[in-house]
Write a protein that binds this ligand. Structure first.
Ligand code: CAA
Ligand code: NAD
Length: 302
């Protein structure tokens, strides 16, 4: 049985209030799912326009869900929409947003120094009981928590895009994480409706350690002229049963984020052959094309 089953689920605390830092693709989805499962949520971002965009992402997603869930019940759908929206607040002030929260979920840019700096600040202002977590795709949780005093209340919560649809949550503990915190995170995952798995604090945890080298190899296939993007995607959908091909999926994840993941890994693990960069990916990012979220990447979406 898994590590999770061996823990005593009564050990953990109940999470009621959630602060999500970074209202991008992931932060918006995490905030939405937390609000849909009856948590009070605050989203923090650097500018009001990013928060407005985040609320837009959430509304669009909620409408898709309601269309199916409340097909025969328009009033019920409207109530659901408003109830969820009313559980979500936004702010640009981090100190305010962490003042009385049970858990912080960080989903900002994939950069180690930026995350370290953010957690150092939060650690100084958040109440003692607040658990701090990162949604990093690739960076060591241990390193992100380096300057944090409350090592016992730190962990990784790795969600998957699109968060309202993907059922998995990877829960990562570091050496200082207490049993109570770990159990709280497992219980919280369950409360969000996710299935949890755990993994050592290793690069990419389970999913990205396998997925990202595959995505990079697909980009290098294009570079080498082995096959077209369209044929690579068709092949993996129809020949391996994947819902999206690797090139589509790179665009969906975000090419900037994908590049940050590889750059970070190259810096930390320079000799790992499966973590090598793709020149083509770097070139497209250099042109300001970050994938579906900006309207263009390997493919065009406009
Ligand atoms: N919000 C709410 N519901 C959504 C949604 C969203 N953002 N996106 C999709 N859905 C739901 C809808 O209910 C939709 O049904 P409707 O037609 O009624 O709207 C249903 O999903 C199916 O969606 P689509 O018909 O549009 O397309 P699809 O069948 O291809 O499914 C998908 C979409 C679920 C995204 C699917 O293509 C898929 O699973 N793709 C792979 C995603 C993946 O691998 N994610 C992991 C990325 S890696 C990662 O996240 C980790 C990291 O650190 C980088
Ligand atoms: P994104 O670019 O869509 O969103 C990032 C958001 O964070 C932006 O709105 C940005 O304004 C904000 N931000 C940046 N620095 C900030 C700061 N110092 N304080 C407050 N807000 C800040 O990125 P994303 O795809 O949502 O990824 C966010 C995190 O989640 C990254 O660590 C990424 O690796 C991880 N992740 C991404 C995916 C994915 O598929 N895209 C999946 C799982 C995990």
């Amino acid at each position: 049985s898994s590590i999770a089953n061996k823990m005593n689920s009564s050990l953990g605390r109940t999470i009621k209030t959630v602060t999500v830092i970074g209202g991008g693709l992931m932060g918006s989805g995490i905030a939405q799912v937390a609000a849909e499962t009856n948590h009070q949520v605050i989203i923090v971002d650097q500018k009001q326009e990013f928060l407005d965009k985040s609320l837009n992402i959430i509304q669009t997603s909620l409408k898709r869900i309601i269309k199916k869930k409340f097909e025969q019940d328009q009033q019920g759908g409207e109530k659901y929409f408003n109830d969820v929206k009313n559980r979500i607040k936004t702010t640009t002030n981090i100190n305010d947003a962490v003042q009385s929260t049970d858990i912080v979920i960080e989903a900002i840019i994939e950069n180690l120094e930026t995350k370290q700096k953010l957690f150092k600040q939060i650690d100084q202002v958040a109440p003692k009981h607040t658990i701090l977590t990162s949604n990093t795709s690739s960076l060591p949780i241990t390193e992100i928590a380096k300057d944090v005093q409350r090592q016992d209340k730190f962990g990784g919560l790795h969600f998957f895009n699109p968060v309202p649809v993907m059922k998995l949550l990877e829960v990562i503990r570091i050496s200082g994480t207490s049993d109570e915190t770990f159990q709280t995170l497992l219980n919280f995952g369950k409360a969000l409706g996710k299935t949890t798995v755990s993994c050592k604090d290793t690069p990419g945890f389970i999913v990205n350690r396998l997925l990202v080298p595959y995505l990079l190899e697909a980009a290098r296939m294009i570079e080498r002229g082995d096959a077209t993007p369209e044929d690579i995607d068709t092949a993996m959908k129809l020949g391996a049963g994947y819902p999206m091909g690797p090139i589509e999926l790179l665009d969906y994840v975000g090419l900037d984020t994908s590049k940050y993941i590889v750059d970070g890994w190259k810096k930390l693990y320079p000799n790992e052959p499966s973590f090598q960069a793709s020149e083509l990916l770097n070139k497209i990012v250099g042109e300001g094309k970050f994938g579906r979220k900006t309207g263009a990447g390997f493919y065009n979406y406009k």
